[in-house]
Write a protein that binds this ligand. Structure first.
Ligand code: FE
Length: 346
C-alpha cells in the first residue's frame, strides 16, 4: 500500500495542476470576449472589429439594432445585461444613454491624450465627426448668397428651404448648438423663421432633402455631410446628376463655425468585461481604427494627426468647425424639442 503512495500523490498533484490550469484558462477565455451593442452598420466595421480581435485575442460579439431599440434593450436587461459597449451616432442619443445612467465613468490617459476635450465626456467618447451642412441649388443660389444657418430664417429664402423633421436628433442637436451660442429667444426666432421658409412640410431623411434641391423642389436644404459624400462617391447615373446640380456650403465660417455632431460610444455600467471594453475604446482611438471608423461612413477622425484618404472628403475640403463641447448639446436637447414644437417645426 505504501509502495503506491508516492505515485498516487504525483497523480493527485498532476490532477490539481491540470484543474488549476483548466480553471484559469476558462477565466481567461471568458475575458477574451466583448459584447458590443452597435447602432452602426457599415461594411467597413467588419475589418475594424477583426483587426481588434487579431491584436488582442478578444472576440467581439456584435448585436446590431436601431438606436432606440438598443437603449430599450440595455435598460430592460438592467444589471444582467451582457452588453459591454454601446456605439451609436449623434450626441443627443449618447446624451440620452448618459441621462438614463447606462454608461460607466471611464478614466483613460490614452483617450484623454488622443481625443480633443470638446469631443469627449466623463463617460462617452466621440470617435468620428460629421458636419451639418447646407446644400444649395447651383441654378438658383448664387455663390455667397447663403452662408450661415441664420440665412435659412431670412425672408429672402421664403418657400425655398427643405429639411427633415425637427424631432430628429440631427436637427435637435443643431438647434441645441444655436441655443448654447445665442440663447433660447434667438433660437426660437430662428426656428420660426425657418418654418416660415419651408418649401414643404418636413419629411424624409437628409438624402431626400439633397435630392429635393437637385429636383428643384427647394433651393436650400440641411444635411449631414456624409450623405453628400455618399452621393459624391456613388457611380449611379441618377446620383451623379444630383451631385452636378448642388453645391455644399459650410455654414458660419465667419462666426462660430459649422455645427458638428459625432459617432461615439462608452462602456456600459453593468459591462461584464470592463477591461476588454476599455481596451476596445482605446483601440478605436488608434490611428488604424480611426481610419476605418471614420472613413467607413465618410466622416472625419477625431484624432487630429490621422489622415484619411477619401476622394469625397478631399473634394469637400477643409472648414472651420464649431468647437462647442458635444456634452453641452445634451443640456439643451429638451429645450430644443420644445422650441421646435412651439415653432411648428415638426
Ligand atoms: Fe445619419
Amino acid at each position: 500500500m505504501t509502495r503506491y503512495a508516492p505515485r498516487l500523490l504525483a497523480t493527485v498533484s498532476a490532477l490539481a495542476a491540470a484543474l488549476t490550469f483548466f480553471s484559469t484558462s476558462t477565466v481567461a477565455a471568458e475575458e477574451k470576449v466583448l459584447n458590443l451593442y452597435s447602432a452602426r452598420h457599415y461594411q467597413t466595421d467588419e475589418a475594424l472589429y477583426n483587426n481588434f480581435t487579431q491584436q488582442t485575442g478578444i472576440k467581439i460579439n456584435r448585436i446590431e439594432g436601431k438606436e432606440e431599440e438598443l437603449l430599450e434593450r440595455i435598460r430592460n436587461e438592467g444589471a444582467n445585461s451582457p452588453a459591454d459597449i454601446l456605439l451609436t451616432v449623434d450626441a443627443a442619443r449618447l446624451a440620452v444613454a448618459h441621462d438614463l445612467g447606462l454608461f460607466a465613468p471611464v478614466k483613460s490617459t490614452i483617450l484623454e491624450a488622443r481625443i480633443p476635450a470638446h469631443l469627449r465626456t466623463d463617460d462617452w467618447f466621440s470617435f468620428s465627426t460629421r458636419a451639418r451642412v447646407l446644400v444649395v441649388s447651383k441654378r438658383a443660389i448664387k455663390p455667397g448668397e447663403v452662408s450661415s444657418y441664420a440665412d435659412l430664417a431670412k425672408p429672402a429664402l421664403k418657400g425655398k428651404v427643405c429639411s427633415r423633421s425637427g424631432a430628429h436628433p440631427y436637427n435637435l442637436s443643431l438647434l441645441a448648438s444655436i441655443i448654447a451660442h445665442q440663447g433660447e429667444a434667438k433660437a426660437e426666432e430662428w426656428a420660426r423663421g425657418v418654418v416660415a421658409n419651408f418649401a414643404r412640410a418636413p419629411k424624409g431623411g437628409d438624402t431626400d432633402q439633397i435630392k429635393s434641391v437637385a429636383a428643384g423642389e427647394c433651393d436650400v436644404a440641411i444635411s449631414n455631410s456624409y450623405y453628400v459624400a455618399r452621393l459624391m462617391r456613388s457611380t449611379k447615373p441618377a446620383d451623379r446628376k444630383v451631385v452636378e446640380r448642388i453645391s455644399v456650403v459650410w455654414p458660419d465660417q465667419q462666426g462660430v463655425g459649422t455645427h458638428i455632431n459625432v459617432s461615439g460610444g462608452g462602456v456600459l455600467k453593468h459591462a461584464p468585461h470592463k477591461e476588454a471594453a476599455l481596451k476596445f475604446l482605446e483601440y478605436l482611438a488608434s490611428d488604424e481604427a480611426q481610419r476605418y471608423f471614420a472613413d467607413g461612413n465618410n466622416e472625419w477622425p477625431v484624432v487630429a494627426s490621422v489622415k484619411v484618404s477619401n476622394p469625397a472628403l478631399d473634394a469637400l475640403g477643409k472648414f472651420k468647425a464649431d468647437t462647442l463641447e458635444v456634452g453641452k448639446l445634451a443640456d439643451y436637447r429638451v429645450k430644443a424639442q420644445m422650441i421646435f414644437d412651439r415653432a411648428g417645426f415638426r
